[in-house]
Design a protein around this ligand. Structure first.
Ligand code: NI
Length: 177
């Protein structure tokens, strides 16, 4: 396994629409997913899409915050995914991205979604997600279409260095609630 180099904001690979994966038996794919998992865990991320490691494939991996037990990391894979919103309800919350290190933004996402795709063996995966789980899937799915969270800010001003956001935005949120 290997830790891959992560593409950072400004790299054109992050803005490109990815290609469907037609050959799941391609041995490289298994290695790519192992390496992506190692890279995501090393970088302390909860999701990683192929373009972030310079690969224009329609796949991402993520950690499901709802089902993880303490200290046990479970990595989920979604190949050739599709998502649909279940309702028009949206939710604003803070996001970061391994391709935009050190920064955070307040992003508007669908509250509840349906997702589907296949795993490495070609087995169909589908489910519903809400809250943080739904947010992670939408964020990673956007990467496959060359979209970064910075183009989905709930408020254009709500973006900046995480330490300033912590100090000036999140603190205010807590005081309000
Ligand atoms: Ni990201």
């Amino acid at each position: 396994m290997a830790i891959l180099k992560i593409a950072k904001l400004g790299h054109p690979v992050l803005l490109k629409k990815t290609n469907e994966i037609s050959d799941l038996k391609d041995t490289d794919l298994k290695k790519i997913i192992y390496d992506m998992s190692e890279t995501m865990i090393d970088a302390n991320g909860i999701g990683l899409a192929a373009p972030q490691v310079h690969l224009s494939h329609r796949l991402f991996i993520y950690r499901n915050p709802d089902i993880e037990e303490e200290e046990k990391i479970k990595v989920s894979i979604l190949i050739n995914p599709q998502i649909d919103k279940i309702s028009d309800d949206t939710e604003d919350d803070w996001e970061g991205c391994l391709s935009i290190p050190g920064m955070s933004g307040l992003v508007r996402r669908s509250k509840k979604i349906k997702y589907s795709g296949v795993d490495l063996k070609g087995k169909k995966i589908s489910g519903e997600a809400e809250g943080l789980h739904a947010r992670v899937i939408q964020h990673e799915f956007d990467h496959l279409n060359g979209i970064l969270y910075t183009s989905r800010l709930a408020d254009k001003r709500a973006f900046g260095y995480s330490e300033e956001i912590e100090k000036f935005w999140k603190k205010n949120d807590e005081e309000k609630s």
